[in-house]
Design a protein. Sequence first.
Length: 266
Amino acid sequence: MKEWKNLSCIVPLVCFSFIAPMYTHADQGNAYSYLNSVMDQFNQSFDVFTDLAAAGNHFAARCATVRNPDDPSDLAGVTFDDGWTANCHSGATCIKNTFSALDSEYWGGWYFQNGVLGTCDTQPRCNWGEYPGAGFDLTGATKITFWARGEKGGEKIEFFMGGIGRDIYTGDPIQPYPDSLARVPTTGHAITLTKKWKKYTIDLMGEDLRYVVGGFGWVADATKNPNGSSSILMTFNITKIGLMISGFLLATKRFRSHRETTLTQS
């Protein structure tokens, strides 16, 4: 009887030791996957805006770019709300921008800049190329992607990156500390928004990204939007090349010899 009792004690122990590692390995795999995603979430991309006050946001200075920045009435033609909560693409908030055609020649928009802090500043001030050492080195980035939709559909908006401290048409420096790249795409490349969210991409392959103050921007004009426009933007992020093997291979083999950058949608 003692032999059978001993055996009955051994069998459950053997079964337990066989089953337990199966659950342990599965849990470890899930845990590692979760930790990898959380630890690398700000290394896989360089976010401009994903949600209001998100830890990975960059280019925190919101700077209006209008026909006459010294005229308060011109500034009134564009508005910016990064705490909008209605019908966002993802996250709790998105950014609502509005454009009003004040007259037939009016134009205006907004820039996301890496601003500067003065001695008594509590929030970053705009930097149009007057201050040194304020740009990010984004060497290796392959593209900037974002989601956008129009309130009514049919809004014609230009989206771009870079160009701070440079002539909008020639790309030549006009300030002492300009972006290392001219505006991409160049002026005149407007897209027509729809009422549904769409993903858009600005190709950065071959661009000089050693010093970037102007991380993202948009502008509209009365010629294309005579009745004004209202657009909602969301999820601006620059994909880093170092974490994209396919992007790295493309970058080493492809270099634009002329400035023609496409903006695509999907």
